[in-house]
Design a protein around this ligand. Structure first.
Ligand code: NIG
Ligand code: FE
Length: 389
């Protein structure tokens, strides 16, 4: 396979503390990388770089690992901008709007959904994201959840069954929980790596701890890894349930008690923070500083969805995490790359090291600090070397 030398890199973020300056970002200045379409072969100072078949000059720019967007809901059609406008005028978010997207998505053809998905994936990629996790959850029937996951599977391995998003209108709660953990799970598991549930007793639409436990344990028995939407609307049992069941990630974490932080700190569960949600629902931002100081692994993702966070921009999540959640620019970038990779139990992405995948993103800036320093400016672009998953 043809190799490419990328040189002239003013600052290379490797996320490998054994390389470069020894910090968690493993910064190398005046750096170069050699890779082919599937693997990184060499990383170091440009003066020592080996020859390659072709060359890309980074000319004083920064190169970072591609963003890992570990939490999205990209398969849907239907507009909810009026709901957003109402919230900005004082309405509260309670998950009730999900039913509107379920109705429009059920009514859409496969082709309509595929086209909408492809446009969103293009949007994410063009802003420097190289790995995308995609959840179902806007079908909520056996056939609709399965087709959503089949469409998602065509663009990523990181697919998540979220039949436990809300109880659909007209369904009886206990019967629906049985369906999700029985027939729907069996139909969807072949197309999913993960299972997720919206555990939020503060919402009449979402699931309580008992219902969430039923769905998650059924998913684990079917061989799926666990993820949980928890503590988005109020403090509740979701975070501690996620830790108890060994979930790989617990997402949102907007309202945390001291006991939640302690439970996360003594576990392997990653706290995935989604600052686009607090922005778009006018909620308080979670205290990421407190989590990092307690020793919790923090990831950042967009939660791209039409209800609570219709952004596809990982740089926006990074900027919010720095400005509003107490992370340094270095910590926020680590969380959006290496931290998010850990939340998918992946070590082949989220870092720039020999043997890792060649998922590289170039910044039109000399340092990663510009991601937060220049919010809203389209600085990040993927370097096209090969496939992304
Ligand atoms: O991650 N909270 C639950 N699910 C999504 C929102 C879905 C919607 O409102 O359409 C979330 O915020
Ligand atoms: Fe979500």
């Amino acid at each position: 396979m043809a190799t490419t030398l990328i040189d002239g890199i003013a600052e290379l973020v490797t996320n490998d503390p054994d390389q470069g300056d020894g910090s968690p970002l493993g910064l190398i200045h005046d750096a170069a990388v050699v890779a082919d379409g599937s693997t990184i072969h060499w990383v170091g100072r440009a003066v020592n770089a080996p020859a390659a078949d072709r060359r890309i000059g980074a000319t004083g720019r920064s190169v970072i690992p591609g963003f890992v967007d570990s939490h999205t809901h990209l398969v849907f059609v239907g507009d909810r901008s009026a709901e957003f406008a109402a919230r900005m005028a004082g309405e509260r978010y309670d998950g009730g709007g999900i039913a509107s997207t379920v109705a429009t998505t059920r009514a859409a053809s496969d082709d309509e959904l595929r086209t909408a998905l492809a446009e969103r994936v293009f949007e994410l990629h063009s802003q420097g994201t190289t790995t995308i996790e995609i959840k179902s959850g806007y079908g909520l029937t056996v056939d609709d959840e399965r087709r959503i996951l089949q469409l998602a599977r065509a663009v990523t391995e990181e697919t998540t069954f979220l039949g436990g998003h809300v109880v659909p209108p007209g369904a009886e709660r206990d019967e629906y929980v049985r369906l999700v953990s029985g027939e729907m799970l069996a139909a969807c598991a072949p197309y999913a790596r993960w299972i997720d549930v919206f555990c939020e007793p503060a919402s009449a639409h979402a699931f309580d701890a008992h219902e969430s436990r039923t769905i998650l344990t059924a998913g684990a028995a079917a061989g799926l890894g666990l993820r949980v939407h928890a503590n988005q609307l109020a403090a509740g049992p979701g975070v501690q349930l996620a830790v108890e069941l060994g979930a790989v990630s617990v997402d949102h974490c907007t309202y945390l008690t001291g006991a939640d932080v302690d439970a996360l700190a003594t576990s392997d569960t990653v706290a995935t923070l989604l600052p686009g949600v607090e922005f778009s629902t006018r909620s308080p931002y979670p205290d990421a500083r407190r989590l990092v100081d307690a020793g919790v692994t923090v990831a950042l993702a967009t939660d791209c969805n039409p209800g609570t966070s219709f952004t596809s921009s990982m740089p926006f999540a990074v900027a919010l995490a720095v400005r509003e959640m107490g992370l340094t620019p270095a910590e926020a970038l680590w969380s959006a790359t290496a931290g998010a990779a850990l939340s998918l139990r992946r070590t082949d992405i989220g870092r720039i090291a020999v043997g890792a995948r060649p998922h590289l993103t170039m910044l039109a800036a000399p340092s990663h600090v510009h991601l937060a320093y220049r919010p809203g400016v389209p600085l990040a672009r993927p370097i096209q070397l090969g496939e992304r998953t």
